[in-house]
Design a protein around this ligand. Structure first.
Ligand SMILES: [Zn+2]
Length: 1001
C-alpha cells in the first residue's frame, strides 16, 4: 500500500514556490462567493491545501485558501499540519481540543458536552454563529420551541409568521458515525474555523443568519479505534492492516440503523441535541461513493410517513447543492442514486421523523489518510442523466480532496440555507402543525396499547422507545368506547367462502378500559410514532428491486405488543392523563407472603432476574397454575428466600408484575440455577452478534465473551459453561467460520498496546485463524455433554453442516424474496420451555426468508408422500386406482401426508437396516413455524412466500445429552425484535430441561 508521507510543515512552508498565491480567478458564478479583499490569507496553510489536493478541479474557490487570523488558531495548531493532510488522523480528543481552542479564542464558537458513549467517551456539539446570535440563542430557542410545538400558539399561523420573522434557524451537521469513513472530523474543524474567521460576504451572511451546530465525531469509540489502526498501518508499511472488527462497543455500520430502536448512546445523544436545539436540519457525513453523493434525493420508494413538504425540501436543497458544485467544475457530484428513502432507521432520519430535514453526503474516502490510486467500476464512472459530469474512472485521491468536497458542499448548502432561512422555519412550523392535525387529515387518531393481558416488560420496552423518541404517551383515566373502522375482506354469507378480494371498511365498536396507554396523533412528533406503530407494505412489483435496508419494522408486531390503530377521533376527547416518563421502570409487587411468583408472559426480563437475585432460591414452574386469584403460565418464576427490598427493586426494574403468595404453589417446579453463559464471536465480523451483547447487557444477563479461537484452543467447555451463544455473523459460510481468514501474509493483531490503546473488547495476536477442526470438536463435545448451543441464521447453518443438528436442514432452493420483513409464525410445540409464556402466534424478523425442514434421517433423503403421488395411466377416473387384470388387487402402503413443518414418517421398508434413521430421543423438535399464506406477510416485502409457508423456523435439535437451538430468523436484532427475545432467554433459563423425557431414550 503506497503511502505519501507529508513533509515537515516548516520545511514545506519555506519553499519559494509556495511563497505567494494569486487570488483565485473570480467568475460570474463564484462572485457569489467573493472573498473580502482586505482579509489576509494564511499562506502556509494555503500552500499545503494545494499541495495535498491532487488536481485543481478537486477543489473550489471556497476551500483552496485559508483566511488568516491573528487571534484564532487554525487546525494546524493541534494537527501539526492542515486538515486532510496525508498520513494524519486525529483522535476525537484532539478534535475536541481544537474546537475548545476555537471557543477560547473566538466569541463565535461555543462547545457543549452532549453525552457519553457506551465506553464513557465524551460527545460534543459545537455552535458557530455571530456573537450577537449566540447571545440571543436562548430567546431564539424559545421561539423555535413554539414553532416546534404549534399547540403552544394554538396553531395560529399569524403568531407563527411573527416568530419566523424574529428567528434564525439551526443546521446540525454530524460527522464520522462510520469509523472507517475518516475525513469528516478534520473537514469540520476547518469548516468551523472558516465560519468563525472568514470575512467573505457569504460567510458573514451565514453566521449572521443561522447557527451551524456540529458534532464532529458521532461514533467516538470507533473513531479512536480507527485512529489506532491507522497508526498501526503507518508503523507497518507494506503490510495488510487488521480490519476494524469493532467500531462502537456493540455494533459497526449498523449504528446508522438505530434511529428506530434508539438502543445506542450516540443515537439518543444526537436526537436529544437535535431536538434540544430545535434544529431544522440533521445532516450526516459519510464516505463511500465517488465523489459526492448528496443522497438527499436518493430514490424511491420514499418513506410513507414523511410530510410531502419534506420530499420537496430534499429535492430543492439536493439539486441546488449539485448545481452549485457543478458550476465550480467539481466532477462526480450527484443527488439521485440508488439509496431508497423508505426505512427510517438512519441517523439523519431522526430529523425526517421529527419535522425537520434529513440530509446525508457520501463523499469519497480512502479509509484512512493515505493518498491512493483509486480504480472505479463502470457503475461509478459512467455518465448518466443525473451524473452529467461523472467521477473519473482512475484517480489519485487524497484525504484533502475529500475534505475539499465535504467543506465546499457544506458551505454552498448552508449558504443557500441561510439565504432562504424564513422558508425553512415556515416549513418547520407547517410540518409540526400538520403532525398535530394528523387525526383530522390522514389519521389515525391514536394508537391504543392495552395495559392488561400482555407482557408488561415487552410493553414497557415499547413505551420506553416512544419516550426516547420524545413521543408523548397518555393513559385513559376512564374507559373509552370508539367505533373503529376495520378493513376486512368482503365475503359471501351463503357459503362463507371468499368470493372476491374487495376490501370494505367494517365499523367495529371497541371499549378500552381505564389504564390503557394512548399514543395521540395530535402531537408534534406523531409522525415517528405512526411510522413505528403502523405496518409497512413493499409491493413485490415496485420498480425499486434492491431495497436499501429492511422493508418492514412494525413495532407492535416485533415487540409482540398488541396495539390498536384507532381512526375514530372521538377518542381524543376521552379522559386521559399524560405519562410523565414512559421509560420509567414499571414493575410492581402485590399481595403479601414470603413466596413471590412472577408470571411468564414471554417476558424479556425473567432471565436477568435470575442473576440480579443471585442468592435467592428460584424455581421455574413446569406447568401452569393458579394462585392468589391469578393465572400463572408454565415457565413462571417462584422466588423464595429473597430479601423483600432486593426483590422489590429488582421487580420494579424488570418491568414485571409479581405477586407475593402465602406459600409455594402446588405445581411441579424445577430449580433454576443461574446458567453459565459464553458468547462466542468470530474475528471475521462482530456486528450482528453485537446486538445480542447489547440485549444481554441491558437485561443484566452476564456472560463470558469468547472467540472461536478460544474454543479452538480450549477443550472442557462443558466444565465452564452451560450455554454457548453463537449469534449470527451475517451471511458467513461454515468454511469461513472454521478456517477463518487465509494464513498467508502477515499476522493481523487486535490488541491493546501502547501504539493501539483503544483496540479493546476482545484481544488476539492474529485475527486470521478461525474455529478450526479442534474448535468444532470442542463445541460438539460441549453439546454432547449436556450443553446448550444457541445458533441463528448462518451459525444455525454451521451447526447443521457440522452434524450437530440431526434431522434439521436448511430449506434450500426456495425461490422466496424477503428483504428484512416481518413475517407471521405459529407455535408448534407449546410444551417446550422455549415457547413458554407465548400465545399461539408470534411475529418474527426475517432477513431473507430463511427456513428449515426436518426429517427422520440425518441425510436429506426424499421420502414419498401423498403430495408427490400422481396416478398412472390406467382404468377409472382421476381419483380412482388402476387395477391390474388377471390377479387379485393388493392395497398399497398408504403414503404419509406430513405437514410442511413435520418430518415425513418412514415406513417399515424405509426404516429397515437404515443407519441414518434418528432414534426417537434425538429427533428434532419444531417449536415455531411460519404461518400459511394468510398472515405470513405482516410488514415489508414478500414474494414467492409459498416456498416457506408453514416451514419450521425455530427448532430444538438434540445432540448427545445436549441441545442445539436453531433460529432461521434473527431473534435479537437492532433492539427491534423484543417479541422474540424470550425464545432465547427461556431456552437459557431452562437449558437443562430441553432434552426429551428420559423414558423416550
Ligand atoms: Zn457511512
Amino acid at each position: 500500500m503506497k503511502i505519501r508521507r507529508c513533509l515537515p510543515f516548516l520545511l514545506l512552508a519555506s519553499l519559494p514556490f509556495f511563497a505567494a498565491f494569486p487570488a483565485h480567478a473570480q467568475t460570474a458564478i463564484s462572485s457569489a462567493y467573493a472573498r473580502d479583499p482586505q482579509q489576509a490569507v494564511d499562506q502556509d496553510y494555503t500552500a499545503h491545501i494545494r499541495k495535498y489536493t491532487t488536481e485543481p478541479y478537486f477543489n473550489s474557490p471556497l476551500t483552496d485558501y485559508l483566511p488568516a487570523s491573528k487571534t484564532v488558531p487554525t487546525p494546524t495548531k493541534v494537527l501539526g499540519d492542515v486538515s486532510g493532510a496525508p498520513g494524519m488522523l486525529p483522535y476525537a480528543e484532539d478534535v475536541y481540543k481544537y474546537f475548545r481552542l476555537l471557543a477560547a479564542s473566538s466569541p463565535r464558537v461555543k462547545v457543549y458536552t452532549i453525552g457519553r458513549t457506551e465506553e464513557g467517551r465524551e460527545m460534543i456539539a459545537v455552535a458557530i454563529a455571530d456573537e450577537s446570535l449566540l447571545a440571543k440563542q436562548k430567546d431564539n430557542d424559545a421561539r423555535l420551541a413554539k414553532l416546534a410545538d404549534p399547540r403552544t400558539i394554538n396553531l395560529d399561523d399569524k403568531v407563527a409568521t411573527d416568530l419566523v420573522k424574529q428567528s434564525f434557524p439551526v443546521y446540525y451537521i454530524t460527522g464520522t458515525i462510520h469509523s472507517p469513513e475518516t475525513g469528516a472530523p478534520t473537514a469540520l474543524m476547518e469548516l468551523a474555523y472558516r465560519l468563525a474567521v472568514d470575512d467573505s460576504p457569504y460567510i458573514k451572511y451565514i453566521r449572521s443568519h443561522m447557527i451551524v451546530l456540529i458534532t464532529p465525531v458521532v461514533e467516538v469509540d470507533g473513531r479512536d479505534r480507527m485512529v489506532d489502526l491507522y497508526k498501526w498501518h503507518l508503523a507497518h508499511p507494506g503490510q495488510n492492516w487488521p480490519h476494524l472488527v469493532y467500531w462502537g462497543h456493540y455494533v459497526a455500520h449498523d449504528n446508522n440503523r438505530d434511529a428506530m430502536g434508539m438502543t445506542l448512546d450516540l443515537t439518543r445523544n444526537v436526537l436529544n441535541t437535535y431536538l434540544g436545539w430545535h434544529a431544522q436540519v440533521l445532516h450526516d457525513l459519510h464516505e463511500s461513493v465517488p465523489f459526492l453523493y448528496d443522497n438527499t434525493v436518493g430514490d424511491g420508494p420514499y418513506n410513507a410517513w414523511i410530510d410531502p413538504i419534506l420530499a420537496g425540501e430534499w429535492a430543492e436543497i439536493g439539486w441546488n447543492n449539485v448545481q452549485q458544485m457543478t458550476e465550480f467544475g467539481m466532477p462526480g457530484v450527484f443527488t439521485h442514486g440508488d439509496f431508497d428513502t423508505w426505512s427510517p432507521g438512519y441517523l439523519m432520519f431522526l430529523a425526517a421523523m421529527h419535522n425537520g430535514i434529513s440530509r446525508l453526503y457520501e463523499t469519497f474516502g480512502n479509509g484512512g489518510a493515505d493518498t491512493e490510486k483509486r480504480i472505479l467500476g463502470p457503475e461509478e464512472y459512467e455518465r448518466t442523466w443525473y451524473k452529467q459530469n461523472p467521477p473519473l474512472p482512475v484517480v489519485e485521491w487524497s484525504q484533502r480532496n475529500n475534505n475539499n468536497y465535504e467543506e465546499t458542499a457544506l458551505l454552498t448548502t448552508i449558504s443557500y440555507f441561510a439565504q432562504n432561512s424564513p422558508q425553512w422555519l415556515e416549513n418547520y412550523y407547517l410540518k409540526a402543525k400538520r403532525s398535530i392535525q394528523k387525526p383530522d387529515s390522514s389519521g389515525p387518531a391514536v394508537y391504543v396499547i392495552s395495559a392488561e393481558g400482555q407482557s408488561a416488560s415487552r410493553r414497557a420496552e415499547l413505551l420506553r422507545v416512544l419516550g426516547l423518541q420524545h413521543v408523548e404517551v397518555s393513559r385513559l383515566t376512564e374507559a373509552a368506547t370508539v367505533t373503529n373502522k376495520v378493513t376486512a375482506k368482503k365475503t359471501d354469507d351463503k357459503d362463507g367462502k371468499e368470493k372476491t378480494d374487495a376490501k370494505v371498511d367494517v365499523p367495529k365498536t371497541v371499549t378500552f378500559p381505564a389504564g390503557s396507554y394512548v399514543i395521540r396523533m395530535d402531537q408534534p412528533y406523531s409522525r415517528i410514532a405512526d411510522a413505528l406503530l403502523d405496518r409497512q407494505y413493499w409491493a413485490p412489483d415496485d420498480p425499486q428491486k434492491h431495497p436499501y435496508d429492511d422493508t418492514g419494522w412494525s413495532f407492535p408486531d416485533l415487540f409482540a405488543v398488541p396495539t390498536v390503530r384507532v381512526t375514530d377521533p372521538s377518542i381524543l376527547k376521552a379522559k386521559m392523563e399524560t405519562v410523565a416518563d414512559p421509560g420509567a421502570p414499571s414493575g410492581a409487587l402485590s399481595g403479601s407472603g414470603d413466596v413471590i411468583a412472577i408470571n411468564d408472559g414471554g417476558d424479556i426480563s425473567l432471565l436477568g432476574l435470575r442473576y440480579t437475585l443471585k442468592d435467592a432460591k428460584i424455581s421455574v414452574a413446569d406447568a401452569a397454575f393458579d394462585a392468589g386469584g391469578k393465572h400463572f403460565a408454565a415457565g413462571s418464576l417462584v422466588i423464595q428466600n429473597a430479601s423483600s427490598d432486593a426483590v422489590k427493586a429488582a421487580i420494579k426494574n424488570a418491568d414485571v408484575e409479581a405477586m407475593s403468595l402465602g406459600s409455594a404453589p402446588s405445581v411441579a417446579m424445577h430449580n433454576a440455577p443461574a446458567p453459565r453463559i459464553a458468547m462466542m464471536h468470530t474475528w471475521g465480523g462482530t456486528q450482528t452478534e453485537g446486538w445480542w451483547r447489547e440485549a444481554l447487557d441491558k437485561l443484566h444477563v452476564p456472560y463470558d465473551y469468547i472467540s472461536t479461537q478460544t474454543v479452538s484452543h480450549e477443550g472442557g467447555l462443558r466444565d465452564k459453561y452451560d450455554v454457548i451463544i453463537f449469534a449470527p455473523l451475517g451471511r458467513s459460510s461454515t468454511q469461513q467460520i472454521v478456517n477463518g481468514m487465509p494464513m498467508w501474509g502477515n499476522a493481523l493483531p487486535w490488541q491493546k498496546t501502547e501504539l493501539t490503546p483503544n483496540l479493546t473488547i476482545d484481544s488476539t495476536e492474529d485475527m486470521r485463524p478461525g474455529l478450526g477442526l479442534d474448535g468444532v470438536a470442542h463445541l460438539q463435545e460441549f453439546v454432547k455433554k449436556g450443553g446448550l448451543l444457541i445458533t441463528s441464521e448462518d451459525t444455525a447453518q454451521f451447526a447443521i453442516e457440522e452434524g450437530m443438528a440431526p434431522g434439521v436442514f436448511v430449506n434450500r432452493g426456495a425461490n422466496v424474496h424477503v428483504v428484512g420483513s416481518v413475517l407471521g409464525a405459529q407455535f408448534v410445540d407449546h410444551k417446550s420451555p422455549v415457547a413458554w409464556g407465548y400465545g399461539d402466534s408470534l411475529a418474527v424478523y426475517s432477513a431473507d426468508g430463511m427456513a428449515f425442514t426436518v426429517g427422520n434421517m440425518t441425510v436429506p433423503r426424499h421420502v414419498d408422500t401423498q403430495k408427490d403421488y400422481h396416478r398412472a395411466t390406467g382404468r377409472g377416473g382421476p381419483e380412482e386406482e388402476d387395477i391390474p387384470q388377471g390377479r387379485t388387487a393388493v392395497e398399497p402402503e398408504p403414503l404419509p401426508s406430513p405437514k410442511p413443518w413435520e418430518a415425513t414418517p418412514l415406513n417399515e421398508e424405509e426404516a429397515r437396516d437404515n443407519p441414518y434413521v434418528i432414534p426417537e430421543q434425538y429427533k428434532p423438535d419444531v417449536i415455531l413455524r411460519f404461518t400459511s399464506s394468510k398472515g405470513l406477510l405482516l410488514s415489508g416485502l414478500l414474494e414467492g412466500g409459498g416456498a416457506i409457508e408453514e416451514k419450521p423456523i425455530v427448532v430444538d435439535a438434540h445432540y448427545g445429552d445436549g441441545n442445539v437451538l436453531l433460529f432461521a430468523n434473527n431473534p435479537i436484532y437492532r433492539g427491534e425484535t423484543i417479541g422474540s427475545y424470550a425464545l432465547v432467554f427461556n431456552a437459557i433459563l431452562n437449558f437443562d430441561h430441553l432434552a426429551k423425557p428420559a423414558a423416550a431414550k
